[in-house]
Structure formats: structure tokens, C-alpha cells
Design a protein around this ligand. Structure first.
Ligand code: CUA
Length: 180
């Protein structure tokens, strides 16, 4: 009796081992398939940005951040770092195509602009790019929505959406928030 029970337990354990092995295999195959065949990768476009040299050279140096009129339209560059956005306020024209480009030098952050379709993760090592057209003017909040550390809840920026005619960039094509 005892011996047969032990055999049953053994058989049951073996059965579950096989079930778990199959499930793990299916999940692993799914991950490989999503990554290699479906190209499910970090959000938006796959563009690399070295987190170690982000502030030293290239696109995300401090002087190149914020809103700028470029050949492709208005581009807004923001660095998301523990625990602030640089800059913490950006200007955008309403009714025009705006491109956001985000990068992080430290951990994963998340960005959304309230009431709009702007919502992306910012993963260190990659540039996150989002296109949008703002349909209303006003100050929109842009909080970090991915827990990134103790200061996460303080990580907040603003997007000042102004009417198109009030979007007047300087001679260098850049425009910063009006500070009151
Ligand atoms: Cu950055 Cu939460």
C-alpha cells in the first residue's frame, strides 16, 4: 500500500514536471517569436542612445533639448532622469504635427501627456519617439508613469500648448516656456 502510494506520488510529480516544462517551452518560444519574427522590441523606433554619454555629445545635450522647428516639423527633445524631466516645461503649437523624442540616462521611466495619445516608456539605451497633434491649447501635465525610484511621484513636467500663431521660435528655431 505504502509503496504504491509512493509510486503514485512519483508519477504525479513527473506528470507536473512535464506540464511545467511544456508551459515554460511555450512561453520561451513565444518570447523568441515575438522578438525575432514580430519585431516586438522597445517602444517606437529602434534607435540607440548611449546612456553614459547622453549629456556629453549628440542629440540629447542640454543645449539641444526642448522644442525646435526642424525640416520635419516641431521636434521636442526631453531627457527623463531620476527624478526630473529636462526641461521640465516645453512649448508646443496646437494643430501641428509634433514629434517627441525622449531618452533616459539611468532607469526606465514612463511618459504620458494627460488627455492626449502621447504615452511611451523611456528605456535607457534607446530613443523613444512619439508623434502627435495637439487639438487644444493650455498647460498639460506630463507625469512619469513608471515607478523609477523614491522620487517617482515628484517627477512631473508641463507641456504648454499654444495657438499656432503664438508659437514664435527664435532665430535658432527654438522656443522655451514663458516663465511667470
Ligand atoms: Cu521617472 Cu517615475
Amino acid at each position: 500500500m505504502a509503496a504504491s502510494t509512493e509510486r503514485e506520488v512519483l508519477k504525479s510529480e513527473l506528470r507536473w514536471t512535464v506540464v511545467v516544462a511544456v508551459v515554460v517551452f511555450i512561453i520561451f518560444a513565444g518570447i523568441l517569436y515575438a522578438g525575432l519574427a514580430l519585431h516586438v522590441n522597445p517602444p517606437s523606433n529602434i534607435e540607440h542612445a548611449d546612456p553614459k554619454t547622453l549629456h556629453l555629445s549628440g542629440e540629447f545635450t542640454e543645449t539641444n533639448l526642448g522644442a525646435k522647428v526642424e525640416a520635419t516639423g516641431v521636434t521636442i527633445r526631453i531627457v527623463a532622469a531620476q527624478f526630473a524631466f529636462v526641461p521640465d516645461c516645453v512649448v508646443a503649437p496646437a494643430g501641428e504635427r509634433v514629434t517627441f523624442r525622449f531618452a533616459s540616462p539611468d532607469v526606465i521611466h514612463g511618459i504620458l501627456v494627460t488627455g492626449t495619445n502621447v504615452n511611451t516608456m523611456v528605456v535607457p539605451g534607446y530613443v523613444s519617439q512619439v508623434h502627435t497633434v495637439f487639438t487644444r491649447t493650455g498647460d498639460l501635465l506630463m507625469p512619469c508613469h513608471e515607478f523609477c525610484g523614491l522620487g517617482h511621484s515628484q517627477m512631473l513636467a508641463r507641456v504648454q500648448v499654444v495657438p499656432r500663431e503664438q508659437f514664435r521660435p527664435g532665430p535658432d528655431g527654438r522656443m522655451a516656456c514663458a516663465r511667470s
